[in-house]
Ligand binder design. Structure first.
Ligand code: ACO
Length: 428
């Protein structure tokens, strides 16, 4: 028998269907709540609200499970590649060898960006944060490909926009970095794979040979896989809500990049390194900083700790911690902040404050340490996250479109002044 939920308001009972997902998770379908009861739900931060049905990513925060299209993050991080995972997220199944070759070639064919985009880049001062530059350049594609503004265009056109997005993202990202350091930009070298191409655009200097270190390139590929999707998080929900107004893929994703930028979301990886540096400079007393994080009168939070949905452990953090050890060892990097990170984790995991609140290291706690070992500057950490999250945003935008979802428009409980007559300026 189909499950239902009963809600009693002022003594009157209302029944709502319960929707059950493919992994057994349940949601009370309140689509007609307002119509039938005259009330709405109130849920700050959408902590209990399912905004959509999605077949892309499954996560179980209590058990620490994360799967893309049914495949475990552990398997994908170990055996797959970022472009294969991108295909999987966007199209729903692992590609055949032919499909992957076509997808990879299509991406290679679109890595160049219009020269006029460089003029836009030149307008940014070198003090600009690369995330702001990235969001702007990404959105600027609406000007160069105005056909993408048509929400009803044919599937080939939508495919091309998705390919362009994936192809140009590393170019925009590397150029945002070059702008920040005041260097001339590098053009994409299509003889290289996705990550190596990005690294060359980031680090190659004119008239110098640039050798790709396979350790760096494959570590980066793994990091991108770990960030590729995470169901209805802040930036993805932003992409979906902007996309729901039938805005173009470029403007929807640009909005997602901006949402990711905040320190409580993708910006946390940058904040973690800044925090570890600060603790190191302060003498490395981890107990002191743990106490600060627990003090409700102190705004300091332990960055890289806690997660809205993972209340046991973040499976990505486990993989990243091991990857950080491997990469640092292979590259021969001795990073003292890693020691501080380990100490913080050890102390926090034994402390009742963190245990009671189920605060564990999240994906960002160790990713910054790897990025730094790979030579990526701190300001670029969140940009790296954005490169990784791009296929997820694309897949979610595509799903929203295919499901013909209505425009996102939450309600509110108004708490302002009641009606009052306007008072003319000279009477106030
Ligand atoms: N350090 C110290 N205390 C914390 C931390 C932290 N990092 N995170 C949560 N808490 C405490 C809160 O003060 C609160 O305590 P209280 O119940 O005594 O008031 C309790 O734990 C619950 O915290 P909320 O902020 O209500 O939890 P929420 O689910 O809203 O926030 C968030 C999750 C934003 C990730 C939070 O844990 C945080 O700010 N962490 C640090 C930033 C961070 O690492 N963000 C990256 C998240 S992962 C990602 O986006 C990829």
């Amino acid at each position: 028998m189909a499950k239902t939920a009963e809600l009693i308001i002022d003594g009157k009972s209302y029944t709502f269907p319960i929707v059950v997902g493919s992994e057994g998770e349940q949601g009370i379908d309140i689509s007609n709540l307002l119509e039938s009861t005259g009330t709405v739900t109130l849920d700050f931060g959408y902590k209990n609200t399912g905004a959509t049905k999605s077949a892309i990513t499954f996560l179980d925060g209590d058990k620490g499970i994360l799967r893309y299209r049914g495949y475990s993050i552990e398997d994908l991080a170990d055996k797959s590649s970022f472009l294969e995972v991108s295909y999987l997220l966007i199209f729903g199944d692992l590609p055949s060898p032919e499909q992957l070759t076509k997808f990879t070639t299509d991406i290679k064919n679109h890595t160049m960006v219009h020269e006029d985009i460089k003029k836009i880049l030149d307008g940014f001062p070198s003090t600009s944060h690369p995330m702001g530059v990235l969001a702007s350049l990404f959105c600027a594609q609406t000007a160069f490909y105005p056909e993408a503004l048509d929400p009803n265009r044919a599937a080939e056109g939508v495919y091309l926009s998705m390919i362009r997005s994936l192809a140009k993202m590393p170019t925009f990202a590397a150029w945002a970095f070059k702008n920040a350091v005041g260097h001339p930009v590098n053009y994409p070298d299509n003889s290289l794979d996705y990550c190596s191409r990005f690294l060359k655009m980031m680090f190659a200097l004119p008239a110098e040979d640039f050798e790709i270190d396979p350790v760096v390139s494959s570590a980066l590929d793994k990091l991108l896989i770990l960030h590729a999707d995470h169901e209805q998080n802040c930036s993805t929900s932003t992409v979906r809500i902007v996309g729901s107004s039938k805005a173009s893929i470029y403007s929807s994703i640009s909005a997602g990049i901006n949402a990711l930028w905040g320190p409580l979301h993708g910006g946390a990886n940058q904040e973690v390194i800044l925090m570890l540096e600060q603790i190191k400079k302060d003498g490395g007393d981890t107990d002191k900083w743990i106490n600060k994080a627990k003090d409700k009168n102190d705004p300091f939070r332990l960055m890289g700790f806690g997660h809205r949905v993972y209340k046991n452990f973040d499976p990505r953090a486990k993989i990243i911690k091991k990857a950080a050890d491997d990469v640092l060892e292979k590259l021969g990097v001795n990073d003292p902040t890693l020691e501080i990170a380990r100490k913080l984790e050890e102390v926090a995991l034994r402390d009742p404050y963190f245990i009671e609140r189920k605060l564990y290291p999240n994906v960002d706690f160790y990713s910054g340490i790897i990025y730094r070992a790979l030579g990526i500057p701190v300001d670029m950490f969140t940009v790296m996250f954005a490169i990784g999250r791009l296929p997820g945003w694309i897949a979610q935008w595509k799903e929203l479109r295919e499901n013909k979802e209505p425009i996102g428009r939450p309600r509110q409980i108004y708490t302002g002044a009641n009606f009052r007559p306007y008072v003319a300026l000279d009477k106030r």
